[in-house]
Design a protein around this ligand. Structure first.
Ligand SMILES: [Zn+2]
Length: 295
């Protein structure tokens, strides 16, 4: 069957694509928890070995690369957060949690949030609605069992959303999703024009470490910026959010940021945020709940 080329789509077709998931009301509170002027939400996507397996591959060397994130990256991140008394959100594919259940447990016990990041970092757009629903529920239950914390947040692997993802995440009773890029403030998510009740805590490529720092042999992907330049972008995002009284949200990965030559980016960012003194540094769950109640 040949697909209709987009220039021939009738209006009802392109409208239906756009309306499937849409940003609704902006949820931008005037103050943040504790009366803070701005908010900083750090997240760490603990893909580990599933970065390889989610694509159906199992190369030994690349699984070891994921293991670096587990053995070295996460402990360095936890130590840096502890140093600044900062809470953050850790998104796990369920399989990454099952490989070493002690890790999400340690993360949760340190006061951080555990969120759902797929079953095995699979591509949602390749799933049927039934398969995707099953995986979302199984992933959340598995993460609750391993970490002791019931996840309220969802982040699609690769930020890849099927036509059904947002509907299914809302149906499963999550508080928020964090996979979309329609704003830099939190917002309501609409599905087919109707409020879902879900808060979006938006991500963006510009605030993602992997965009600038990830190396891959094939397809050939090279770091494009130095660690110093990445810090500069993150600080500009953060300082501008502070001037607006808004939210700065960042996505990082233990196997990208967890190196000796890079972990200082997190340290420096937190030192800078603490020095301002009027910033709420909290989990995505806390940010989403506050934005929903006061936005
Ligand atoms: Zn991921």
């Amino acid at each position: 069957m040949t697909e209709t080329p987009p220039q021939d789509w009738p209006e009802n077709v392109w409208r239906s694509h756009v309306n499937r998931v849409r940003a609704g009301r902006r949820l931008a509170p005037t103050t943040w928890p504790g009366g803070a002027k701005a908010a900083l939400a750090l997240s760490f996507d603990c893909d580990h070995e599933t970065f390889e397996m989610g694509g159906g591959r199992h190369a030994v060397g690349r699984l070891g690369w994921g293991e670096f994130g587990r053995r070295v990256g996460v402990p360095r991140i936890l130590e840096t957060l502890r140093k600044h008394d900062a809470q953050a959100s850790f998104f796990y594919p369920a399989v990454a949690a099952l490989i070493d259940p002690d890790e999400p447990r340690r993360v949760a016990d340190a006061g951080h949030e555990i969120g759902v990041h797929g079953w095995i970092h699979e591509v949602n757009a390749s799933l049927t609605e039934t398969q995707e629903r099953d995986l979302i529920h199984r992933a959340r239950d598995t993460l609750e069992q391993t970490s002791g914390q019931r996840p309220v947040g969802h982040r699609a692997a690769h930020w890849d959303l099927s036509d059904n993802t947002i509907k299914l995440v809302a149906e499963a009773g999550f508080l928020y999703d964090s996979s979309m890029m329609a704003d830099d403030s939190c917002y309501e998510l609409l599905s087919e024009g109707h409020p879902t009740g879900l808060v979006e805590v938006p991500v963006d490529w510009v605030r993602d470490d992997a965009v600038y720092l990830l190396f891959n042999r094939a397809p050939p992907t090279r770091p494009t910026l130095t660690a110093e330049e990445v810090l500069t972008i993150f600080l500009r995002e953060f300082d501008a959010a502070c001037e607006e009284g808004g939210l700065c949200q960042l996505v990082m990965h233990p196997f990208v940021i967890g190196y000796r030559s890079r972990i200082w980016i997190v340290d420096e960012l937190l030192r800078h945020a603490r020095a301002r003194g009027d910033v709420f540094i909290g989990t995505h769950a806390a940010i989403a709940a506050h934005a929903k109640a006061h936005g």
